[in-house]
Design a protein around this ligand. Structure first.
Ligand code: PMP
Length: 427
């Protein structure tokens, strides 16, 4: 049994000693104490099916024994800053990661977070090209430091501080965008941004292939090939932010960008790649990587032995347990079943995504697409009461984000849909 502070105590201390900007899900926030596979347990021992934590804890599921073992073993041997001495943990993981990348993406830089990874990627693009102007997408999320906050394309995550040199192009959103699913039409906007908003030369373009925070928006087909070609013509580099959609989650492919058939110049990743341990990475070509030799570049804990040992264990588990195939099969089944709910509930405007990164958008009116934010919040609350945790996102907070650990089973998927069905019937 749990011995420790009560939820009320924790909440009171949180309010007193932690950031006033912290928020939590649910009217009465969950007090979680244990995790195992796709399950979380609260202080009373109640079990929840975790259909959202996959973004933070990824594929292997909570407390995967092989990842935990790798972390403990490395912690007992040595934990240190990375760069000044030799240790095999970092090179082993870098080699394994490079083997998962297409093309000549072979050089890895490690960071502690997705923000740091994207900051570094954007800096490298700027150094490589000698240009400052970047292009990102409206509705994107890339981080919360000055550069990445600049690239982020959602008002709620931006503070009014200096964020220079990023142009936000039309979002190729098949559901809400003005050109529907015609990726090439949206790509024309990038040409116009370059033509009218820059000198004609740019540092680069950054995007997710499936926007996570933005509400699981899969970029319209045909978009990235056309945009990558325009960016190349303008001398820029292409950056794929795989922080949410990468690492086997998309199911059909290991990386989200592969679903559009492109190869970026720089790929960034974080969140789940350490299965809960802070770890981020930037992978690029030897030619682009060379820019960091212009000056000294150092990140104290980026790529430390404990985190990289965890990263390698995660890759091994994905392979051994065939988690990409699982994401593909279970995701396909889950998406089909969620789509069937649309016949029953007018409030579901759209079901989208691939693999185990799926979105369900609620609207008050299917024609006007008026966001149904309160309904989304009530459904989430009822689902929690029935033991299922999902996430929420999109600029109107009306999109369910379903991103479970990749060990999610078909039975879990069925349970989730049955519970969502019940919750929708009550709203
Ligand atoms: N990129 C994407 C696509 C993200 O979703 C996030 C986090 N929500 C980040 C970057 C930033 O990652 P971190 O919070 O680890 O800095």
């Amino acid at each position: 049994p749990y011995v420790g502070p009560s939820a009320a105590d924790i909440l009171a201390k949180r309010r007193k000693f932690l950031s006033p900007s912290l928020f939590h899900f649910y009217g009465k926030p969950l007090h979680l104490v244990d995790g195992m596979k796709q399950y979380l347990f609260d202080v009373e021992g109640r079990r929840y099916l975790d259909a959202f934590g996959g973004i933070a804890t990824v594929c292997c599921g909570h407390c995967h024994p092989e990842v935990v073992k790798a972390i403990i073993e490395q912690t007992c041997r040595l934990q240190h800053a990375t760069i000044l001495y030799l240790n095999a943990a970092i090179t082993n993981f870098a080699e394994a990661l490079a083997s998962k990348m297409p093309g000549n993406l072979k050089v890895v830089f490690f960071t502690n977070s997705g923000t740091e990874a994207n900051e570094l990627a954007m800096m490298m693009a700027r150094l490589y090209t000698g240009c400052h102007d970047m292009i990102s997408l409206r509705n994107s999320y890339h981080g919360n430091a000055a550069g990445t906050m600049g690239a982020t394309g959602q008002r709620v995550w931006k503070f009014n501080i200096v964020q220079t040199g990023v142009h936000h192009a039309l979002n190729p959103d098949p559901y809400r965008g003005i050109f529907g699913s015609d990726g090439e039409k949206y790509a024309k906007d990038i040409e116009e941004v370059i033509e009218f908003g820059t000198s004609g030369r740019v540092a680069g373009f950054i995007s997710e292939a499936i926007q996570g925070v933005g509400g699981i928006v899969e970029l319209a087909p045909g978009y990235l090939p056309a945009v990558y070609s325009s960016i190349k013509k303008a001398g820029g580099l292409t950056i794929a932010d795989e922080v949410q959609c990468g690492f086997a989650r998309a199911g059909s492919h290991f990386w989200g960008f592969e679903s559009q058939g492109v190869v970026p110049d720089i790929v960034t990743m974080a969140k789940g790649i350490g299965n809960g341990i802070p770890l981020g990475a930037v992978v690029t070509t030897p030619e682009v990587a060379e820019v960091l030799t212009q000056h000294s570049y150092f990140n104290t804990f980026g790529g430390n032995p404990v985190c990289t040992a965890a990263g390698l264990a995660v890759l091994n588990v994905i392979e051994k347990e065939k988690l990409q195939e699982n994401a593909h099969l279970v995701g396909f089944h889950l998406k089909r079943r969620l789509s069937l709910l649309m016949d029953k509930y007018e409030v579901i405007g759209d079901v989208r995504g691939r693999g185990l990164i799926l979105g369900v958008e609620l609207v008050k009116d299917r024609k006007l697409k008026t966001p149904a934010k309160d309904e989304a919040s009530r459904v989430m609350e009822i689902m929690k009461d029935k033991g299922v945790l999902i996430g929420r996102g999109g600029i109107y907070s009306n999109v369910f984000r379903i991103t479970p650990p990749l060990c999610f089973t078909k039975d879990d998927a069925d349970y989730l849909v049955d519970v969502m069905d019940y919750a929708l019937s009550k709203v």
